[in-house]
Design a protein around this ligand. Structure first.
Ligand code: NAD
Ligand code: ISD
Length: 432
């Protein structure tokens, strides 16, 4: 029945990974049943989104729900819909909020219902940048896919047989996370993959040329083609279905399937004029060290939150699962135990897995000199980042849990860099 009115002490808006970790923290801290609601337009309760560009695309033994519901990725319970019910949490799926009225602490849904809250946590996340936003002609043709949620991944997978029947040419636009991880998935599924990206190397924002060269060779060995320094000017099609990608250079590539990963935009629109937003980079909803927005009863977490990065004295948004988990727990702590909760102190962390490889990266490489160590041939190598004589960041391919933990310690402690850092290699991190 439309026009229903409900009221909860706490509401989390957005059902991404962050919402599941927030629920876990509410439960851990003994929140009485009936006080928390989570609202999402997705059809599923929270799941570990990173699986979608990795194990979800495996040709065999692929991850599927309910196998990767939050919080399995963080070493916790698999929070099924029943888990939320048992813990007295109202989880409204397929519910689109179309209006937020922060002054009156009310959200309105597309069905005309109102939901009132005392404290709101915004966890609306981010959405893929659409190539149509860049004016790319033909960007609305069928056969062009994006990847953000389970439905996107299912549509992509469902398109494999027809694409293969036509010749199996897959174009991946973008050389970042999605570009690298999904190229691996498409390649493992037998598609003939070409990656098109504007930079001179893959994952330019994190990889040095020396690091990138290793992964690029790996893709080439697997039969993946890399088109560096290229963007797609337009797509061509037949009967509404994509057939070709035309690069800025004029080169025309056959395209039976296209996957686009050219970045993400924070979902802030509902809160324009309601709470303070960051107009300039990094964009998003501005929060303080307690993840609180300009309204004292509204918090923001995960990809959408622009927060003070305490250890580097800057403001950042981090589109990363580690930040989503940690901001969720921190905001709930700040709400339920304000006197015991200090400022959020995040250590930037990035990771990825492709084929039999896996890398982790902690800290920063801003204005830092890379110091390479290890041996690419044995698939175990890394790079320290040194700034003003201190090691401020570290990257490692093929690390064990202990080695990755040692790497994290380096970025946290920022030790002095010895002259023989490169030859000490991993031993330097391990003995801290
Ligand atoms: P990204 O920022 O990692 O990469 C974007 C890439 O787009 C850039 O490397 C660039 O090559 C490319 N690009 C930009 N404009 C282009 C254009 N006009 N034509 C061709 N290429 C262009 O973003 P993403 O890969 O789209 O990922 C989206 C989100 O998903 C991000 O928030 C990311 O952090 C997250 N994600 C993270 C992981 C992980 O942490 N392992 C994995 C998958 C996705
Ligand atoms: O680590 C990751 C990953 O693989 C993602 O897809 O962080 C993102 C999260 O979904 C946050 O954007």
């Amino acid at each position: 029945m439309a026009g229903q009115q409900e009221s909860f002490k706490y509401v989390v808006l957005g059902g991404g990974n962050a919402s599941g970790y927030a629920a876990r923290e509410f439960v851990k801290r003994g929140t009485p049943k009936g006080e928390l609601a989570i609202i999402t337009d997705e059809p599923y309760v929270a799941y570990e989104r990173p699986a979608l560009s990795k194990a979800y695309l495996n040709p065999e033994g692929a991850a599927r729900l309910p196998g990767f519901h939050t919080t399995v990725g963080g070493g916790g319970d698999k929070q099924s819909p029943e888990w939320y019910g048992e813990n007295g949490i109202t989880y409204k799926t397929k519910t689109k909020v179309t209006e937020a009225d922060v002054k009156n602490k009310t959200l309105k849904t597309a069905d005309g219902d109102s939901i009132k809250y005392e404290k709101l946590i915004i966890a609306t996340g981010a959405r893929p940048v659409d190539l149509g936003d860049f004016g790319t002609k033909g960007a609305d043709l069928k056969g062009i896919f994006y990847l953000r949620n389970v439905e996107d991944a299912d549509k992509l997978i469902a398109a494999f047989p027809a694409a293969k029947a036509k010749g199996g040419k897959a174009i991946v636009v973008g050389g970042g996370y999605i570009g690298m991880e999904v190229s691996c998935g498409l390649n493992k599924n037998g598609l003939d993959v070409t990656v098109v990206f504007p930079e001179d190397r893959l994952m330019e924002r994190l990889f040095t040329p020396e690091i990138a060269e290793f992964y690029e060779s790996y893709y080439l060995d697997k039969g993946v083609t890399l088109k560096r320094g290229s963007t797609v000017a337009s797509f061509e099609g037949e009967d509404g279905q994509v057939t070709h990608a035309v690069l800025k250079s004029g080169e025309k590539l056959e395209a039976d399937l296209v996957l686009v990963g050219v970045g993400a935009r924070p979902n802030i629109e509902l809160f324009k004029g309601q709470v303070e937003l960051l107009q300039d980079k990094p964009g998003g909803i501005k929060v303080d060290g307690r993840l609180r927005t300009s309204d004292p009863d509204v918090y923001a977490i995960g990809d959408v939150a622009a927060f003070p990065l305490k250890r580097y004295g800057s403001v950042t948004r981090q589109e990363h699962v580690a930040n989503c988990r940690q901001t969720a727990a921190h905001a709930v702590a700040a709400i339920l135990a304000p006197s015991e909760t200090g400022d959020y102190n995040y250590l930037p962390f990035f990771y990825s897995r492709i084929y039999d490889l896996g890398w982790q990266y902690y800290g920063t490489s801003n204005d830092a000199e890379p110091v390479f160590f290890g041996d690419k041939a044995s698939k175990k190598f890394g790079t320290y980042f040194v700034s003003e004589g201190k090691v401020v960041g570290a990257f490692l391919e093929g690390g064990s849990n202990d080695e990755n933990a040692a790497l994290k310690k380096v970025a946290e402690q920022q030790p002095d860099a010895p002259a023989d850092l490169a030859s000490q290699g991993l031993a330097f991190a391990s003995k801290l």
